[in-house]
Design a protein. Structure first.
Length: 86
């Protein structure tokens, strides 16, 4: 089974919270890692998401300690949508 990992960034203009996070996070750009596994047995390549990892703190913050937190992809999408609404 083939696995692929994609690294990207997400940007929040305002502080945000996610179910997986204990504290409100500051606005900023965050690294995001998405792991996907190939769906076997199809006549074309298709993948399904197996993990969504948000890296804390934001990219612009200098910190001696960083953390990779598994987050729910739907929760993250809702937080990003709410951030662009207001």
């Amino acid at each position: 089974m083939s696995v692929r990992t994609t690294e990207t960034t997400v940007t929040f203009r305002r502080p945000f919270s996610l179910t997986a996070l204990d504290d409100l996070q500051p606005a900023g750009t965050y690294r995001l890692t998405i792991d996907e596994e190939e769906i076997p047995g199809l006549s074309f390549a298709a993948f399904h998401r197996t993990a969504t990892i948000l890296h804390l703190p934001a990219v612009s913050v200098f910190a001696s300690k960083s953390e990779a937190v598994p987050v729910d992809a739907t929760d993250l999408a809702a937080a990003l949508a709410a951030d662009t609404q207001g």
